[in-house]
Design a protein around this ligand. Structure first.
Ligand code: HEM
Length: 452
């Protein structure tokens, strides 16, 4: 079944990396945001993630236009009463920490922007091709998660990034120059929730791993934006996969009973050379993390920011530890690596704030916007500071840890054409790889908790 789909969607999988083609118009192809939104665009992911989408969908079902006549954006409650999102919405949120250092200045950012390609064409699939990708992503993710049941789990869990090492409050302070130069979050500091995870599919992984750093930030009017990064070493700051199809081919190795059969299938799907390279790269990205506070993580895929100059720019994101490097970890008898990391960080957050620099790398001429395996050449400029504040209230911290466990992170929250929230231009997902993530994350989240 999947092979048939793959064969049919070969053009999706093997699309050669497109040359950079700045458009004549001063804007990249933006999704159409009009009253004629077809019903089928209201994906389960959008309806789950975005109150705007739900409100529009209900209105259309009742026979009305998708959008209000006046301005497009509905006035809807963006968060349920009493939810953590409502607590962190700008109207209610007061940061408890302050930024700790000087910011990159406007001139430096302007210099980087002067050479950064503008309005880069988006290679995200459309129409039938996108439908094929969606079907394939859903089927493949479901298939992988069903293996969890076959292996004895009583219900399905995240496809990957299963073990939460930390979940709780986060604050991000923004560089005022970035706020001034781009369509950005409205506030100087944004509250949210962070989930730091071991990237493996195992419930209690031991040994080397990759690590995930997920943020759900509550921005303008309470609209959430998710930022997902994975950790490795600077040498492997790129992704192991060229695009979303390659990533799904790789993910298919997860929980498979026959590694040889799995490799053969991956080789069939992406070609033997790429398959071999991905396996090697994944191995290299696994690190021996001494402490969660040492985690360095990259978005790997690019996202779009709209400048106040009217141009769109592509950026990659990175989190670099600002806290002092942790002393050598003390192994305790019987602890797995992931338990050690979680326990160690719980002790640290009881004592101190933990800080990361949040940096952006603007695309430069010659950088590839669509091949996840290629690193970019430009300097990193400092755009913000991520702070996990010292825990003040243990009971509240537990609630937030549970909320993080339950959060269905998706980089498309508030960004899809028909559910654009007020911050839709802040880190808008670029390209086919990111498009695939819409459905992969949605399906994984939807299956969670489903018993066999
Ligand atoms: C390109 C860069 C990518 C980065 C930086 C990234 C990062 C992450 C992170 C941090 C998480 C954990 C979120 C959490 O804590 O719940 C995650 C989960 C996941 N990722 Fe990615 N990812 C990338 C690409 C992809 C691609 C291309 C696919 C598949 C097409 C994919 C599939 C998944 C799935 C299925 C999950 C589990 C989602 C859930 O159950 O909620 N990722 N990713």
């Amino acid at each position: 079944m999947i092979q048939t789909r793959l064969a049919r969607s070969e053009s999706v999988m093997r699309t050669p990396t497109q040359a950079l083609k700045p458009q004549e118009a001063d804007k990249p192809a933006m999704p159409d945001f009009s009253n004629g939104v077809p019903m089928e665009l209201f994906t389960p992911e959008a309806l789950e993630a975005c109150p705007h989408a739900r409100a529009m969908f209900e209105r259309m079902k009742a026979g009305g236009p998708a959008l209000s006549q006046e301005n497009g954006l509905e006035s809807v409650a963006l968060a349920e009463n009493g939810s953590w999102i409502q607590e962190k919405a700008p109207a209610n949120f007061q940061a408890v920490t302050q930024p700790s250092r000087e910011w990159t200045g406007k001139e430096e950012i302007q210099k980087v922007l002067s050479t950064s390609p503008k309005n880069v064409e988006d290679n995200a699939a459309k129409g039938e091709e996108a439908t094929e990708m969606r079907l394939f992503a859903r089927e493949r993710i479901g298939e992988i998660q069903h293996r969890q049941l076959d292996a004895g789990a009583d219900k399905m869990h995240r496809t990957i990034h299963t073990k939460q090492l930390f979940g709780g409050d986060v604050e991000v302070h923004w560089n005022p120059a970035v706020k001034e130069m781009f369509n950005f979050f409205s506030e100087d500091s944004t509250g949210g929730l962070a989930r730091i995870s071991a990237a493996s599919n195992e419930q209690n992984p031991d040994g080397k791993d990759m690590y995930g750093f997920a943020l759900e930030l509550v921005g303008t009017d309470g609209q959430v934006t998710d930022i997902l990064m994975t950790g490795g070493t600077p040498r492997t700051a790129a992704s192991q996969a060229e695009d979303g199809m390659a990533q799904l081919a790789l993910l298919n190795m997860v929980g498979i009973s026959s590694k040889v059969g799995g490799l053969a299938k991956m080789a069939y799907e992406v070609g033997p050379i790429d398959a071999g390279r991905m396996v090697v790269d994944v191995g290299r990205m696994k690190t021996e993390l001494n402490s969660v506070s040492d985690l360095e993580a990259w978005s790997r895929a690019p996202f779009r920011l709209k400048g106040k100059d009217g141009h769109h720019y592509l950026v990659k994101m990175k989190a670099t530890p600002l806290s002092e490097k942790a002393p050598e970890a003390q192994e305790r008898e019987g602890e797995t690596t992931s338990e050690r990391l979680a326990n160690d960080f719980a002790a640290k957050t009881a004592e101190n704030d933990t800080r990361w620099s949040f940096d952006l790398q603007f695309m430069q001429p010659g950088d590839d916007p669509n091949d996840g395996r290629k690193t970019w050449s430009g300097p990193w400029v400092n755009a913000g500071e991520i702070v996990i504040p010292k825990i003040q209230d243990g009971a509240k911290a537990k609630e937030m840890a549970q909320a993080a466990e339950e959060t269905k992170f998706n980089i498309w929250k508030g960004k899809e054409a028909h559910d654009q929230g007020p911050d839709f231009e802040v880190f808008y997902p670029h390209g086919n790889t990111n498009l695939m993530r819409l459905w992969a994350y949605g399906e994984s989240a939807r299956n969670r908790g489903v018993a066999g």
